[in-house]
Design a protein around this ligand. Structure first.
Ligand code: SF4
Length: 392
């Protein structure tokens, strides 16, 4: 059976660096999941190394066990997987074989990208060329459950519009304006969906309006009016930093192997002027050094986190609630980068920090919940307030 495959250009360029990787994914910070049938397969395996694999499995938790350094027991000292070395790649579990590839099934449509929790994937964000998408029809044996294709088309159509908006130079609008239009559209659809009033007809109408030059420039004017008061934006950014700082420092930065500058972050908590000055200095550097990084990040976030299958009815496609949290994650990636830049005037291993922050926020349900709670408390889940993110 042929299935349609939509793939982000990074997907096929990815190569795992294994032993060279500074932030291996073979870690018990995560549950490296094993299916029952995979455990059974290892148990039945006739291979001299089979016993060691079985010893490394936590059968009750359906996962691989870790060592005292929170690394998978089967990871060799030089950072490679001993299953691959001793038995071959075909013996890897599904989770290990796929990571960091992200494959989303929408009936007969398959979407593929990478997860930036892997530093090698995160380094694609620095690319100076725009991301592009490949579309193919591929023969696949696996069964698939059909979905409501009308709702898929509706969300995919708006996502395409937003991705094109991010990548287009046609409208002569700034990065901040694009950011504002994306959030404006997101909250508009969210409100309509909550009232059961978002459907195919409204989506088409919305696109018609949002594709008009007048609409784009009217929204860009609103964005400029908010954003031109730079001082107010930076003060608001500091307020956001103070409110979310504890959650991030306690849950992400402490207890990690990497050297986060907690001292400077604490200084910023107490000294708003210093914060504003340091962030301003970093912004200059960021724009010159990484001209397409923000665009790449949001194109990636939109592709992976714009829509999802409804938990109540897996045939139905709905707007994902993840976009605002990806915006907050972006802010923290930048704040951490700003702290390195302030101290060293360089950011070593930027991709590793991105991957680590993404691991903690995107895959850490407790942190995500806490951040979402704070955002709600300080009304940071509203488009105008979130516009401060456009500073980066
Ligand atoms: S994090 Fe990425 S590069 Fe590192 S070992 Fe895992 S897949 Fe390979």
């Amino acid at each position: 059976m042929n299935r349609k495959v939509l793939e982000m250009s990074w997907y096929s360029d990815f190569i795992c660096v294994g032993g060279e990787c500074p932030l291996t994914c073979c870690t018990t910070w995560w549950k490296i999941e094993l299916l029952d049938e995979e455990i059974e397969r290892y148990e039945k395996m006739e291979h001299p190394y089979a016993d060691e694999i079985i010893q490394a499995i936590d059968k009750e938790g359906n996962r691989f066990k870790g060592n005292s350094c929170r690394k998978c027991k089967l990871l060799t000292e030089d950072g490679w997987c001993s299953i691959v070395r001793k038995c071959g790649e075909e013996y890897l579990s599904l989770t290990c074989a796929l990571y960091p590839r992200q494959i989303k099934d929408y009936g007969d449509i398959v979407e593929r990208t990478l997860d930036i929790t892997c530093p090698e994937s995160a380094s694609f964000l620095f690319k100076k060329e725009p991301v592009f998408f490949n579309y193919n029809e591929v023969e696949m044996k696996e069964e698939f459950a059909p979905i409501d294709y009308e709702s898929y088309d509706m969300y995919a159509m708006i996502r395409n519009y937003l991705i094109e908006l991010w990548q287009s130079e046609e409208w002569n609008i700034t990065y901040a304006d694009k950011y504002y239009i994306m959030l404006h559209l997101y909250y508009k659809i969210k409100n309509l969906s909550e009232r059961g009033r978002f459907h195919s007809r409204s989506a088409k109408q919305m696109l018609k309006i949002f594709s008009k030059s007048d609409t784009i420039h009217a929204l860009a004017d609103v964005s400029k009016a908010i954003h031109n008061d730079r001082e107010a934006c930076l003060k608001l950014l500091h307020y956001f930093f103070v409110r979310t700082g504890d959650v991030v420092v306690e849950n992400i930065l402490i207890n990690r192997e990497r050297n986060y500058d907690i001292e400077l972050l604490n200084k910023w908590l107490r000294d708003r002027d210093l914060f504003i000055q340091n962030v301003n200095d970093y912004l200059e550097h960021f724009r010159q050094t990484y001209p397409r990084m923000a665009e790449n990040y949001f194109v990636y976030a939109l592709f992976l986190f714009w829509m999802e299958k409804s938990p109540e009815d897996s045939e139905k496609i709905i707007l994902s609630s993840k976009l605002p949290i990806k915006c907050v994650e972006w802010l923290w990636i930048q704040l951490i980068a700003a702290s390195f830049w302030t101290r060293q005037k360089k950011i070593d291993e930027f991709e590793v920090y991105i991957a680590e922050i993404d691991r903690c926020i995107d895959h850490g349900s407790v942190i995500r919940r806490e951040l979402a709670k704070i955002m709600k408390e300080i009304s940071f889940d509203q488009e105008a307030r979130m516009l401060i993110l456009a500073l980066f």
